[in-house]
Write a new protein. Structure first.
Length: 256
C-alpha cells in the first residue's frame, strides 16, 4: 500500500511539474491564444443567429456548440500543433532526461490545454447569460462535460502531435480534423439535420457527446447523459494508451 501511495504521489508531482513548466512557457502569448480560441466560435455563433427564428432550442444548440467548438480548438487543434512544434525543436530531449514517466508528461500537457480552454468557455457562458438570458441550469454537469470533453479532445490533439513527423504536418492535420469534429457531428444542429451516414459516424466523435452533455447542463434534457460520460471516459483511456505507446522521446513517428 505504501508503494502504491508513493507511485501515485510521484505521478501527481511529475504531472504538476510538466503542467507548470508548460504554463510558464505559455505566459507571454496567452492573450492571443484566448482571442484565437474565442473569435472563431463567436463568429460562427453570430453567423448562425442571423438565419432563422431564434427559438430557445436553437439558441441552446448554438451556445453549447460554441463552447464545444472553443474546447475543440484549444484542447484539440492547438495542443496538436504545440506538441508538433515541441517535437520539431527537440524539446522532448529535455523531458527524456528527467525522472518522469510518459504518462505524467501526457497528463501535464492535457491539463495545460484544459486550463487554456477556461477563459474562452467562461466568456461564451457570460454571453449566454447576459445576452440571451440562458443560464447554466446544472453547473456540476457542465463542469463534468467541460473536463471530460477537454481531456478527450486533448487526447485527439496529442495523438496527432505525437504521431506527426513534424510541426508543420501536425498543424495541417489538426486544421483538417477540427472542422470534421465540429461540423460532421450534432454540435451546432440537431441530429435529424445531419445526413444518415453522419448520424452513425458521429458516435465515434467526442464532440457529439460533449455537446450532448452541455445541452443537458443548460436545461435541454437529452437523455443518455451517463452513456455520453462513459463514451468520453472510453475516448480518454484509448487516447492515453495510444499516445503512451506512440510517444518516442527522441524518435520520429510518422502519421502514415
Amino acid at each position: 500500500m505504501r508503494r502504491l501511495w508513493a507511485a501515485v504521489r510521484k505521478f501527481v508531482v511529475d504531472t504538476w511539474f510538466v503542467f507548470v513548466s508548460q504554463a510558464l512557457a505559455f505566459r507571454h502569448m496567452w492573450f492571443w491564444s484566448v482571442v484565437m480560441v474565442t473569435f472563431i466560435p463567436l463568429c460562427t455563433m453570430g453567423f448562425l443567429l442571423l438565419f432563422g427564428k431564434p427559438s430557445p432550442e436553437r439558441i441552446t444548440y448554438i451556445l453549447t456548440g460554441s463552447v464545444t467548438h472553443a474546447v475543440s480548438i484549444q484542447a484539440g487543434l492547438s495542443l496538436g500543433q504545440r506538441i508538433g512544434a515541441l517535437k520539431t525543436r527537440r524539446v522532448f530531449d529535455y523531458y527524456a532526461s528527467l525522472p518522469i514517466s510518459k504518462l505524467s508528461f501526457i497528463y501535464g500537457l492535457n491539463l495545460n490545454a484544459l486550463l487554456l480552454c477556461v477563459p474562452s468557455s467562461l466568456l461564451l457562458v457570460v454571453i449566454s447569460v447576459l445576452g440571451f438570458h440562458h443560464p447554466v441550469r446544472d453547473p456540476l454537469l457542465f463542469l463534468v462535460a467541460f473536463v471530460l470533453g477537454g481531456f478527450s479532445l486533448a487526447g485527439v490533439g496529442a495523438m496527432i502531435g505525437f504521431y506527426s513527423r513534424s510541426g508543420q504536418i501536425a498543424s495541417n492535420v489538426t486544421q483538417i480534423v477540427n472542422p470534421i469534429l465540429v461540423f460532421f457531428a450534432p454540435v451546432y444542429m440537431p441530429e435529424d439535420a445531419l445526413p444518415l451516414v453522419l448520424r452513425y459516424t458521429s458516435w465515434f466523435m467526442p464532440t457529439r457527446h460533449v455537446a450532448r452533455l452541455l445541452r443537458s447542463s443548460f436545461g435541454g434534457a437529452t437523455g443518455g447523459e451517463w452513456q455520453s460520460i462513459a463514451i468520453l471516459v472510453g475516448f480518454i483511456i484509448i487516447s492515453v494508451l495510444l499516445v503512451h505507446r506512440g510517444l518516442d522521446w527522441r524518435g520520429d513517428r510518422p502519421l502514415d
